[in-house]
Ligand binder design. Structure first.
Ligand SMILES: NC(=O)c1ccc[n+]([C@@H]2O[C@H](COP(=O)([O-])OP(=O)(O)OC[C@H]3O[C@@H](n4cnc5c(N)ncnc54)[C@H](OP(=O)(O)O)[C@@H]3O)[C@@H](O)[C@H]2O)c1
Length: 301
């Protein structure tokens, strides 16, 4: 039987990629997508007969209507509008939990989290995910917590800079330090399958880390970008002591320390490095770094 799935916020990178797969699925699910600004609904979705866009702001604690939905996909968005991250995460997750309680049709919640979000401190902005996971882990009869590592797509701006002949800036040091990276295509594939899974012991993992096929270093990223663009961007490593000044240029001051802590937590010997092994709870994606970057570049070339 075709299912009914609600995705919120639908404009997130993971939301958009997963909706694309759901609409392409031969299981023909109906997708209700929640946007705070419905003018941002991608044209590729608007004309689809199994898609509807609904206005809603997770930060405003909108009373969401999940009625008729079998499954919910929630991606806690980062906030940059001045609110404290913990306060925002709590209000937003409680709004989702309340809406699930009011909708008895909801059987499953797929919750987008992050590698290392089980730590209650020292993870910077991932407090957003820690809090969301705690509030929502029992919110529906079935809850699957999906924990991707950093997306390859985070390197989009850097790839563009290299393409235009500029240097390649990396906050990860030393340059040969390998860490997990995953394509959003692998993340979305896992999330779409988990949302649609009808098998008897569905979905088998209650919490799954999603990694790419192997670990990659900044040097690997430089090589992959060269393969895609034909240009070797000069590598500029931002050392740990330079992170605050680096992030201060790109975001409101209030959030800088959260991002410094997040990057520092991922460096050699720090708490998130312990998560970098492939274990029984790890899904190994298929998309190699170079192919992920090639796919990104193909969208603007
Ligand atoms: N990026 C990664 O590498 C990565 C890896 C692992 C886990 N995660 C987790 O994935 C989640 C998404 O993170 P991200 O940085 O990648 O963000 P993102 O997918 O780029 O999503 C940000 C978007 O969310 C929408 N949004 C923000 N606040 C909203 C609100 N109050 N109501 C409705 N929509 C809102 C905004 O879209 P509009 O401006 O169009 O409204 C914004 O552009 C986070 O929980 C993060 O910790 C990310």
């Amino acid at each position: 039987m075709p299912s009914h799935i609600t995705v919120l916020p639908a404009s997130t990178v993971a939301g958009k990629a997963t909706i694309r797969l759901l609409l392409a699925s031969e299981k023909n699910p109906f997708v209700r997508a929640i946007y705070r600004d419905p003018s941002k609904v991608p044209e590729e979705f608007t004309k689809h007969p199994r898609f509807e866009a609904v206005k809603g702001d997770v930060g405003a604690g909108s009373p969401f209507d999940f009625s008729g939905s079998d499954a919910i996909f929630y991606i806690p968005p980062p906030t940059f509008d001045g609110k404290d991250t913990a306060e925002f995460a709590t209000q937003a997750a409680n709004g989702v939990a309340d809406a699930i309680r009011r909708a008895p049709s909801v059987k499953r919640l797929i919750l987008h989290s992050a590698v290392g979000a089980h730590h209650d401190s020292g993870i910077g902005v991932l407090r957003l995910n820690h809090i969301s996971d705690r509030i929502l882990e029992t919110a529906a009869p079935e809850v699957v917590i999906v924990k991707p590592c950093n997306y390859i797509e985070n390197w989009t701006r850097a790839l563009k800079a290299v393409q235009q002949g500029s240097s390649l800036e990396s906050t990860f040091s030393p340059p040969d330090f390998k860490m997990p990276l995953v394509s959003i295509l692998d993340v979305a594939e896992y999330c779409a399958k988990a949302l649609l899974d009808e098998s008897a012991n569905k979905p088998s993992l209650k919490s799954a880390k999603i990694f790419g096929p192997r670990l990659y270093s900044t040097l690997d990223i430089q090589d992959a970008m060269e393969e895609v663009t034909g240009k070797k961007g000069e590598l500029v490593i931002i050392p740990p002591e330079g992170l605050a000044e680096y992030f201060d240029k790109g975001m409101p001051e209030k959030y800088v320390s959260d991002f410094v802590e997040l990057i520092t937590a991922q460096l050699p010997g720090a708490i998130l490095e312990r998560e970098y092994g492939y274990g029984e709870d790890t899904v190994r994606g298929k998309v190699e770094l170079v192919d992920g970057l090639r796919g990104i570049a193909a969208q603007w070339i």
